[in-house]
Design a protein around this ligand. Structure first.
Ligand code: CP3
Length: 344
């Protein structure tokens, strides 16, 4: 492992004097240069599948801010598309997909081996990034967790409470579990190809983990992420995994062990002080700064940033937001956050 790569050092369990830093959704609409490249590509999916332009928007926040990690520019919904679902994005509203609620629709999905026909441009993007990033910048690949991806596939869109997915889980367990298994297998294969192309770390986003209650949280958030992590580690033993069971609350405690991941990403629903005591004791943590500070800035941004750095200073820590940066964020606030983390 290169000593220059502070993200890899933190993921290996090292406590660094200054935490390395990157930001969820760091390539995105808050940046004028992203908007320009996106306009050149046409729509969002054309940008995802254009390796040169997808690499360009991945490089943009590295050039502007010198983040310690770059995250591949793509989307968690490319897996459903690669499995045969229709996918499109409605401007101002979000993703739309063909719905999946029956055994016949599950059977109609393409086999896992076929996903690479669709996803091969993504591996090209990873190769461009792997060659072109500064030597100190770690390249993160990613995928959605099976539960979160399933919520979009079942409902055909984002839903506030993931109601349609909960309904299928209750009413047709076989189809629901079959879908989770299919996404799990596809995700292992997808992440493995990203790693072969040059991804040094992989992150699994379970953005809707928080709506799973009781045994369902273990069975459909932790367990599929554990299976993906174990299978990735069997193929690529040295690649660290970051898992993000967003909204887990007190169930963040023990998540490193339950998933087998080196790092747990934490949203802003728990305090950094609580997470330092109950989560960081098991390994590296990242996250927790409320994304809204990137919009509002000011003294609150400075004091919260310092508080999180202090709370996590006794163990391995990667500085990050609790969720993705939003389009209305001010790029100057991002700079302020980075200067505060690096300069005190
Ligand atoms: O972090 C990065 O900069 C890398 C790229 C990335 C995107 N999406 C690009 C994107 C990553 C890691 C994601 C993950 C993702 N995508 C998640 C999990 C993380 C989270 O935010 O909870 C989810 C749930 C999605 C699905 C998705 N993609 C939705 C619901 C939407 C529409 C809402 C929105 O935020 O715009 C997208 C679109 C999307 N994905 C955009 C970007 C930059 C905006 C597209 C645009 O340019 O208009």
């Amino acid at each position: 492992m290169s000593k220059d790569k502070t993200i890899l050092r933190a993921l290996a369990g090292e406590t660094l004097p200054t935490p390395p830093i990157w930001m969820m959704r760091q390539a995105g609409r808050y940046l004028p240069e992203y908007k320009a490249t996106r306009a050149q590509a046409g729509d969002f999916l054309s940008l995802c599948y254009n390796p040169e332009l997808a690499a360009e928007v991945t490089f943009q926040p590295i050039r502007r801010y010198g983040f310690d990690a770059a995250i591949l520019f793509a989307d968690i919904l490319l897996i459903p598309q690669a499995l045969g679902a229709d996918l499109w994005f409605v401007t101002g509203e979000g993703p739309r997909l063909s719905t999946l609620t029956t055994q016949a629709e599950l059977d109609a999905l393409k086999p896992v081996e076929a996903i690479h026909d669709t996803l091969s441009p993504i591996y090209e993007t990873v190769k461009i990034l792997s060659k072109g990033l500064p030597k100190e910048t770690t390249l993160i690949g990613f995928a959605g967790a099976p539960w979160t991806v399933a919520t979009y596939m079942i409902a055909g869109r984002g839903t506030p409470d993931q109601g349609p997915a909960h309904a299928l889980k209750a009413e047709n367990r076989a189809v629901f579990e079959g879908l989770i298994d299919r996404i799990t297998a596809a995700t292992v294969s997808y992440l493995s190809e990203q790693i072969k192309a040059g991804a040094e770390v992989v992150k699994i986003f379970d953005s809707w983990a928080g709506s799973l209650q009781g045994a369902d949280f273990d069975a459909f958030s932790l367990k599929p992420m554990q299976r993906i992590t174990a299978e990735i580690k069997a193929l690529h033993p040295d690649v660290p995994v970051i898992a993000f069971p967003r909204g887990a609350g007190e169930r963040y405690a023990g998540a490193h062990r339950a998933i087998g991941a080196e790092c747990i990403a934490i949203d802003d629903g728990v305090t950094a002080e609580w997470a330092a005591e109950h989560v960081q004791k098991d390994g590296c943590v990242q996250g927790n700064l409320a994304s809204s500070h990137m919009v509002t800035g000011g003294d609150a941004l400075l004091s919260e940033t310092r508080r999180i750095v202090r709370a996590f200073s006794k163990g391995p820590h990667i500085f990050n937001l609790g969720h993705g940066i939003t389009p209305d964020a001010d790029p100057e606030n991002v700079k302020l956050m980075i200067d505060t983390v690096r300069g005190g």
